[in-house]
Design a binder for this molecule. Sequence first.
Ligand SMILES: [Zn+2]
Length: 453
Amino acid sequence: MTLDLLLKDGEIVFPGRGLRKGSIGVSKGKIVGIYSQSAEPAAREVVDCRDKWVLPGLIDPHTHIGFGSNETDFQTESRSAALGGVTGMMTFHRSDDLTKSTGPWKERGQAQSLIDFGFHFGITSHQQLQSLAVCAQTHGVTSVKVYLMYKGKAGQAKGFTEVDDGLLYAAMETTAKIRGGVVGVHCENVEVIPHFRTRLKEAGRDDLAVWDEQSPGFLEAENVFRVMYFGEKTGCPVNIVHMSSAESLEIVRRMRKRGGPAVHIETCSHYLSLTRDAGCGILGKVNPPLRQQADVEALWEGVAEGLITTIGSDHVPRKVATKGDSIWTATAGFPGIGTLLPVLLHEGVHKRSLPIELIAAATSANVARLYSIPNKGDIAVGMDADLVVVDPDRQITIDHETQLSHSDYTPYQGLTMQSAPCRTILRGRTIAVDGQLLDDAYTSPSGQYLHRS
Ligand SMILES: [Zn+2]
């Protein structure tokens, strides 16, 4: 047998299991063999991976394609992802009629995306809940998100009139009946925020830290309790998405002792690397807010002990012009899909000595398992050959210009990260090398839709 591709003599990172020297054989887009030294078959293409890590391609569990430009985000943001070693992404889709809108949105992705992609549905009305069972069948979407920060007045300002605890409970009841179903929740008690905001505004505050002060960590933690408790009552697996605070983790630890259905915790690379005192100023506005160093360290502990199982970017590719010059009116969210891997390796592996297989698990195997994505997220015979080769010794300085995103800034501008992705492979096809996309990745994007079982 002649292989299509051989990744020779790398340090293979098996998510959650450890590191082993070896070579990976690829044929017809699949991993067909893992070999110890000099036992490999011949291959049409051999890539020397000595002194390099080989990880499963990342699957970013949390992105917002369409928030920058509806027309071109699939193209631009998947380019940024590919450069950063991300070969799959889950993105949120929201519309009044999910049965009608999902097909066309999927087609746009298939035409434009360089990496594989799947959907979570954003739920803001009871009407949408009624189409979940049929959409699970036809589109293979089994995960939804409820935004507790769009309750009441905050929701009305965005045109949402039905977001309340009743909708949350109903979403759990409905999703519990869907095979592989999971409800993700944005936790932030939006009814208490104005109580703090009024005072802070009157005091003339207009800095990044004030965003945390108006929505402190315990307002997230309070919602986390409610979500876990409702999950227990409805028997629905829940996912606390983009967890940001130490207090929330504390609630999870306490509630876990009660047993009940699965509770998954996701955090994001920015909560593991940036604080409310970050140099990026109001460009770091995000919901939930960036917190303090103690929260960053607590979240890393959560990752280390396996309490936090997935890490995403919450990628929002808007232009810097949408920020304006005040924290109070700036849009929230920033790009992160292209920096996800370097930031996690730098902050987790190099600075805090976390085992690299934990980072790999949280960004590949655990994501694939949580969202029932078949044939993805691991390095094993029969899996899709989605791989990223990383040079642990190369440093990169982050610059928005080289990120290729629709967005024209990054909160990490000018920061240097240890470890750089040097080759990204999607189903056996190399799409990026040393910070450059390959020509045919531009001209014939081959991202596929992730239909989940
Ligand atoms: Zn959210």
